[in-house]
Every structure is written in C-alpha cells, then in structure tokens.
Design a protein around this ligand. Structure first.
Ligand code: FE2
Length: 382
C-alpha cells in the first residue's frame, strides 16, 4: 500500500545550543506565545529575545496560556497577532503553549474564522504561512507538539474539548534545547515522560505502524525506559534531559504518522470528564491496556520483544515497576478519590473512549461493554 509520510517541518534543531539557531532566521517581528513563570525568571525568555535581536527581529510576548488552552485564549492571542503583525510565531512551553500558538496562527492568518467549530470537521484548516511561520521550543519532554500536526483546544463556555489534526499546522522549525526543559520539577518530568513513552508504545503496535514508524518508536521506547528514571532523579543533568527531549520528539515523529491507541482514548476521556492531566492519565492507564492488548498476537509478540530487550519478565511488569519508581499512582481511584462520581460517569467515559479517534488504530478494539470493564480495572485496579 502506498504510504505518504511527513516527519516534521523544515528543520529539527537539537542539542545544547539549539537556541542559537534563532540568530540566523530572517524576518521582522516575532510573537512569543508562552506559559510558565520559570521560563521568565530563569533567563530562557531573555536569551530567546536577545538571539532574535541579533537576527534583527523585534519581539513581543503573549503570556498566560492556561493548562487546557481555551478557544477564548486562542482568539485573544490571534487578536494580539493581528495588532502586532508578526512574521514568526514562537511557541515556548509545554503542550498547551504549543497547541494554543498553533491555533492562534490559524485565526491570525484567517480572521474570517471566528469560532472553534470553524476549524473542526467537516471544516478544514485553510492554508497557512501567508503571514507567518512557526517555531516551537518545548519546555517539557512529552507531547511532541513541536513535530505534530495536532492540537487540543477546549471551549469552556460550551464544555467541549476538541482534538484537531492537519498537516498544515506542522510547525516549520522545532528547537530542542535541553536547558529549556531543565526547570521541570520531578512530577512533571514523570508525567510528561509517561506521555512520551505511551506515544512510542502505542505507535509501535498501531494498526497503521510500518517499517519507518517501527524503527522510530522501538528506539524511543528503549531509550525512554533508560533515561526517564535518570531525568526524574537528576533533573539538572542536561545529558539526561537532552535524551528525553530527543526521544520524546522521535516518538512524536512516529505517532503523528501512524496514530495511537486506546491508552490515549481513555486518557482523553478522563481528561475531558474529570480534568485529569494528560500525562498522568496516560501513566495510570498504560499497563492496564498493555495487559488487555496481549490478547492480540501481533501486539503480544512486539511487547515480548521489547521486554527481552530491556531485560524484564514482561512489558507489563516493567511498566508497573517504572510507575512505582516515578510515583505515578497505580489506579485512577488514587487520583480521583471519588467512587460515586466515577460510577456516575463511567458510561460517559466509556462512550467517549470508544468514539475517540485513537481507538481505530488500537490492536484490539473493544466494544462499549468491554471498554467499561477495562475502565473499571483502570479505576479500581486488579
Ligand atoms: Fe499524548
């Protein structure tokens, strides 16, 4: 079968000193879309603005992107861009800053778009790059939004959380500077790291996996198993930070082309219904789905191959152990602590999970009843 692929935008720049790349870009004005006070106080923002200045580019900052970026914030950002007229949009931060900046870019280029529905199916993302190009500088090692075509935007007024994917939104340049991620506290390192690991494992057994995505995701899994605990323990070690940043991105190259599976479907649903953060939800759910997927010969064979390479009894056992080591709760009950609310919303969480876009590429596709049982296991543990 013919398979077209797009791995990233024009350039991926990585390694210590990656920010120097900013000194050689051409343009007039940049807007930096960001979240996180630390990036202001630790000098990262100043460094970025100085390097832009060396390139002859003036810059302004749009700060205060909330964790689950809303369309209201996106439209405010687009308005700031329309006023400032940047030819570069630079996202600095975790997944929410990058997702918000990508969405702002769409509304900035096309002011005729006014609502979240305007960019959701059946509507298409229109052509971008008429006004600006985009750079992502991730401050976490997890979402891989810097090399993905996807965004998640919520509409708090209407209680909607929407995932949107289109190659048009692939950032032009990803700058992976390990120093930028060094300020992550251990808890965020663990949760975003589990997001990256989940991307790699789900891509590896996706129904759309191929030789290229397998090569990327397999290596990413093995290296994340090695470096995530080290980055968690020694957050100021830039070598460990660099490895996590690189392999999170490499997992992103894989999943943006072959999609994910039901760990993400269930994590998205717990995120939408109970506001559980994405990385944490993935970390809690992951081993349960691995055990569930073992009924597929295709998945089991790949899992066993991985376990052998990391010298563990099984991938399931390895993940349970890694979760303990990184203080990720074993069950969703420990996270939510509200059995009544869980039982009341179980049907909804299961329905959303079955309908989620990631379900169709999972190795075993559960029906609603099976999904409910699986989610019960995730909550109560078994
Ligand atoms: Fe994810």
């Amino acid at each position: 079968m013919m398979r077209p692929m797009k791995l990233a935008g024009d350039y991926i720049v990585f390694g210590e000193g990656a920010l120097d790349y900013l000194e050689q870009i051409e343009g007039k004005k940049a807007i930096i879309v960001m979240n996180g006070r630390v990036l202001k106080t630790n000098g990262i923002l100043d460094t970025i603005q100085e390097k832009l200045k060396k390139a002859g580019i003036e810059s302004t900052v749009f700060d205060g992107i909330e964790p689950e970026p809303s369309i209201q914030t996106v439209l405010r950002g687009a308005k700031a861009m329309l006023d400032y007229q940047p030819d570069w949009i630079i996202a600095l931060g975790g997944g929410s800053a990058m997702d918000a900046a990508k969405a702002m870019w769409v509304y900035y280029e096309h002011p005729e778009l006014k609502t979240l529905a305007d960019i959701c199916k059946p509507n298409k993302i229109p052509k971008l790059r008429g006004k600006a190009r985009m750079i992502c500088i991730p401050s976490t090692s997890g979402t891989a939004s810097e090399v993905s075509r996807s965004i998640v935007i919520s509409d708090k007024e209407n209680n909607i959380k929407q995932g949107i994917g289109d190659m048009e939104m692939m950032p032009d340049i990803a700058l992976l500077e390990p120093k930028v991620t060094a300020s992550m506290p251990p808890k965020i390192t663990a949760e975003t790291g589990f997001d990256a690991l989940t991307h790699a494992i789900e891509a590896y057994v996706s129904r759309r996996a191929d030789d290229l995505t397998d090569t990327l995701s397999e290596k990413a899994i093995l290296e994340i198993f090695k470096y995530l605990p080290l980055a968690y323990e020694h957050g100021d070690n830039l070598h460990y930070r660099e490895k996590m940043l690189n392999f999170s991105m490499i997992a992103g190259l894989a999943f943006t082309n072959c999609s994910l599976g039901i760990v993400h479907s269930i994590a998205h649903s717990f995120g939408a219904v109970f506001n559980v953060s994405h990385g944490l939800a993935n970390g809690v759910v992951l081993p349960y789905v691995i055990r569930f997927n073992e009924q597929s010969e295709y998945a089991k064979k790949k899992y066993d191959g991985l376990a052998e390479r990391i010298d563990k009894e099984s991938l399931y056992e390895a993940l349970v152990e890694l979760k303990r080591q990184l203080n990720i709760p074993e069950t969703m009950q420990e996270v939510l602590k509200d059995d009544e609310a869980f039982e009341k919303n179980l049907q909804l969480v299961a329905e959303k999970s079955v309908e989620d876009g990631c379900t169709k590429t999972s190795p075993v596709i559960p029906d609603l009843e099976t999904m409910k049982n699986l989610i019960r296991e995730v909550y109560y543990g078994k």
